[in-house]
Design a protein around this ligand. Structure first.
Ligand SMILES: [Zn+2]
Length: 463
């Protein structure tokens, strides 16, 4: 008996995660993400799935990021009617993310005069199919196939998925692997019990050089920014990065490392996501963070934090004199409320803008990171006289050395016959595969879109 593994997204690409596993009697899909950075009307986003969604029994989801869940409502619209399994926090977060993206997709489609990728009613039907599956619970999810989830320490609720057939042939798809240790989440768990492992490799060829002293660096740069007296802008992804920033700020204020200046969380999505973090933190954070929550009630709140949900509240931020901090999306300054504040404050030399996350090529964030003197925002050129501070230690992804450690732990019981490097740029996937081969003596292959591999107890072969 065997399992067949096909790569239908996230192979040679960081985004668009989509892997199909077929046993003798059942078919399970792992993730159904959207390809980000692709043109909205491109085949990868709009085109048909390379399999018939009606024939898939079940979908298992690794985590709530859009590049892992973004095409689920389209899958449902195209005929998928099975159950969708994910951890309880992922369910809450995925619902927020999908609702938010349905609105953005609708506006984008209207702007281009094309039908939307999916509609609100497809999102509603998706929610009806979701069932929760907790970590460390083996469950038969399709005929002859069971699933088992483990924490990957990437964002709240993130999981690796192990699929096992009736003969015990097992394949693990890691989803994204966290930049452990995190102040909030438990460290990633090893996956030593699979015949084949599909692992992420976003930072497979790079190190997060500032990780060890990232708290001290953030504190020092913030102190410098406060002295400049102006507005401090932090463009941040709504999921995980924003909560990490709130947590760090709350600690700095409590320790008296920063003067008590107003902080605005100016993103409706980030406000809701933070509520989900508050709700699930007591169950899914690491023990130290859970203790802290028990002692302090909230670890993301502080007295002069203002959450500006409505547009009117948001506009009122402008009346508050500096120094002040504004946290808002989008994380690469490619839309969202941060754009308005960048247009307003970047020309002012007392402003400081912090870059704390990955900035994709051709985004305003990337251009600022590369030292541009002006940037195009909402159709207008904006002069940059603000200071730009870049901090690389805050990524939610494991770096080169951490990924090698993950591979080593996966190989600890000499079980996997192959490791596929996936969810990375092609050269990065090849770099990491080569490194796993050279350093750990294991067979490692960069995943290729459209390939199918057969995995048995004895061997792994490309079909
Ligand atoms: Zn992710």
């Amino acid at each position: 008996m065997s399992l067949r593994l096909s790569f239908y997204g996230g192979a040679g690409k960081v985004t668009g995660s989509n892997f199909l596993l077929e046993g003798a009697r059942g078919k399970v899909l792992v993730d159904c993400g959207i390809e980000q950075g692709a043109d909205f009307a491109e085949k990868a986003v709009y085109g048909p799935f390379p399999y018939d969604p009606k024939t898939i029994d079940t979908l298992v989801v690794t985590h709530a990021h859009l590049d892992h869940v973004g095409r689920i409502p389209k899958l449902v619209r195209d005929g998928f009617g099975g159950k969708i399994y994910m951890t309880p926090p992922t369910k809450d977060l995925a619902e927020l993310i999908l609702r938010d993206s349905a609105g953005i997709l609708r506006e984008e489609a209207a702007r281009r005069g094309v039908p939307p990728l999916y509609e609100e009613k497809d999102v509603d039907r998706t929610f009806h199919l979701i069932e929760t599956l907790d970590y460390h619970t083996e469950k038969e999810v399709a005929p002859g196939l069971s699933a088992y989830l483990r924490n990957t320490g990437h964002i709240l609720g993130s999981a690796s998925v192990r699929i096992v057939d009736e003969d015990g042939v097992a394949v693990v798809v890691t989803g994204d692997i966290g930049n452990s240790p995190s102040p909030l989440l438990p460290d990633w768990e090893a996956v030593p019990d699979a015949d084949a492992v599909v692992m992420e490799s976003v930072y497979g060829d790079r190190l997060h050089t500032q990780k060890a002293n990232r708290d001290a660096l953030l504190k020092e740069r913030l102190q410098k920014a406060v002295k400049r007296g102006g507005t401090i802008l932090i463009p941040a992804f709504s999921l995980e990065r924003t909560q990490l920033m709130l947590y760090e700020l709350s600690n700095f204020f409590e320790a008296g490392d920063l003067p008590k200046i107003p902080v605005f969380l100016d993103s409706p999505l980030a406000i809701q996501v933070t509520e989900a973090y508050e709700k699930w933190g007591m169950t899914y954070f690491k023990p130290e963070a859970e203790d802290e929550m028990r002692r302090e009630g909230s670890i993301f709140n502080f007295p002069f934090l203002k959450k500006t949900l409505s547009r009117t509240e948001s506009m009122s931020i402008e009346q508050v004199p500096g120094p002040k901090i504004i946290i808002a999306g989008a994380g690469m300054s490619h839309g969202g409320r941060i754009g308005r504040w960048e247009t307003r404050y970047l020309p002012n030399p007392s402003t400081t803008l912090f870059i704390v996350g990955y900035q994709a090529p051709n985004t305003p964030g990337r251009r600022m990171l590369e030292g541009a003197r002006s940037v195009r925002l909402a159709g207008a050129d904006v002069k940059i006289r603000a200071a730009i501070e870049t901090l690389d230690g805050w990524s939610a992804h494991a770096d080169r050395d951490e990924l090698l450690k993950f591979a080593e732990a996966a190989l600890s019981q000499k079980r996997p016959k192959i490791i596929f490097t996936a969810l990375g740029e092609p050269s990065t996937e090849r770099f990491l595969a080569q490194r796993i081969h050279d350093y750990l003596g294991a067979r490692a292959v960069a995943a290729e879109y459209g390939e199918t591999w057969e995995i048995t107890k004895e061997a792994v072969n490309r079909l």
